[in-house]
Design a protein around this ligand. Structure first.
Ligand SMILES: Cc1cc2nc3c(=O)[nH]c(=O)nc-3n(C[C@H](O)[C@H](O)[C@H](O)COP(=O)(O)OP(=O)(O)OC[C@H]3O[C@@H](n4cnc5c(N)ncnc54)[C@H](O)[C@@H]3O)c2cc1C
Ligand code: FES
Length: 320
């Protein structure tokens, strides 16, 4: 992780669902950086793994709160956090970053969260309530037992805005997401975070919506198909540092920059966290990320350089 970090002490750890633990991390007063709803932090583990976690509430009094699903089939980051990190331990964390910010001043907001994707939306619901904004919050969980923060949600001041859909077993409450989205008024701003299937259904249903009317956040990379003909070498010019070099087909743009002495902050290296997003001055881009919004990709002005490239044989000019 090249992004700068700060030490944060684990001051609380609580099991909030059978496979989900919440952690309250206290940063040093001088290092603490405030954040808006939708933000996430990078957590660097003792093993060296770096993972991103959304803040479940806007941070106050120098503390950040996250909730982590223990992923049995993952590469070990969440298991390490849930199994080995205890109250009193110190972790290295980044300052918060927000790829999923709340648009201000909308007439109505629709929040839809599935599984652990609930986390950034919890912070949004709290924030919208504090701002006295109109919103509806749909939550999908398999059963009441696996819904994290269930008691807190049920007793919140905004509980009347919450619609919980239990999807497990014979539960009758499965959310008809296409129907919900189609019934949404054009002035409603939509935010969705959840499993890949939920996000794929949302993308499919809103294909003809105006750009920006629905915002999504992905915790894992989307199914981006890399066309082999887009994998060739291309030239890079770095406008501010005045360099020119070629990126080989088997080297990422992020690594090529680093090999040429230009270090850009990065964390996930799989196009999901947004840390490496870099301004582009010109070029034919081949986007492979899961963190930019469609309008940002179409603008041609930003790219996630850990996974995205330029068309083979072309010249890319970056503002670095
Ligand atoms: C912006 C952002 C916010 C996030 N917020 C949260 C949050 O609030 N709570 C939370 O629990 N998680 C969150 N995540 C996900 C988190 O960062 C980790 O990915 C997650 O904890 C799993 O880590 P892991 O090392 O256990 O598994 P990973 O190895 O990261 O695997 C994650 C999933 O990918 C699949 N996978 C397994 N092996 C591989 C492989 N070799 N390559 C690619 N994929 C594989 C698995 O199916 C697994 O379920 C967030 C991610 C992002 C980008
Ligand atoms: S490092 Fe996470 S998107 Fe590139």
């Amino acid at each position: 992780m090249t992004r700068s970090t700060m030490p944060a002490k684990v001051v609380a750890k609580e099991r909030v669902a059978p496979d989900i633990w919440s952690f309250v991390l206290e940063a040093d007063e001088r290092a603490f950086v405030p954040a808006d709803a939708g933000s996430h932090i990078d957590v660097k583990l003792r093993s060296g793994l770096v993972r991103q976690y959304s803040l479940v509430r806007e941070p106050r009094n120098g503390t950040y709160e996250i909730a982590v699903l223990r992923e049995e089939r993952g590469r070990g980051g969440s298991k390490e956090l849930c199994d080995s990190v205890a109250v009193g331990d110190t972790l290295e964390i980044s300052a918060p970053r927000n790829n999923f910010p709340l648009d201000q001043g909308r007439a109505h907001y629709l929040l839809v969260g599935g599984g652990i994707g609930l986390t950034p939306l919890l912070a949004m619901a709290r924030s919208l309530h504090e701002q006295d904004r109109k919103f509806d919050f749909h939550i999908c969980a398999r059963t009441p037992e696996v819904l994290p923060f269930r008691v807190e949600i049920e007793h919140s001041a905004w509980a009347d805005r919450v619609h919980v859909h239990y999807t497990g077993g014979n539960a009758p409450g499965r959310l008809d997401l296409p129907a919900l989205l189609r019934a949404t008024a054009p002035e409603t701003q939509v935010y969705i975070c959840g499993p890949k299937r939920m996000l794929a259904i949302a993308d499919e249903t809103t294909r003809d919506w105006r750009a920006g009317r629905m915002r999504t956040e992905r915790f894992t990379p989307g199914d981006v198909v890399a066309a082999p003909e887009d994998q060739g070498s291309f030239d890079v010019v770095t406008a501010r540092s005045g360099k020119r070099f070629q990126v080989a087909p088997d080297v990422s743009l992020l690594d090529a920059l680093e090999q040429n002495g230009i270090v850009v902050d990065s964390a996930c290296h799989e196009g999901t966290c947004g840390t490496c997003v870099t301004p582009v001055l010109s070029g034919e881009l081949v986007h492979r990320d899961s963190c930019l919004y469609d309008d940002e990709r179409e603008s041609g002005k930003l790219m996630a350089i850990c996974v995205s490239r330029a068309k083979p044989g072309t010249e890319l000019v970056l503002d670095v």
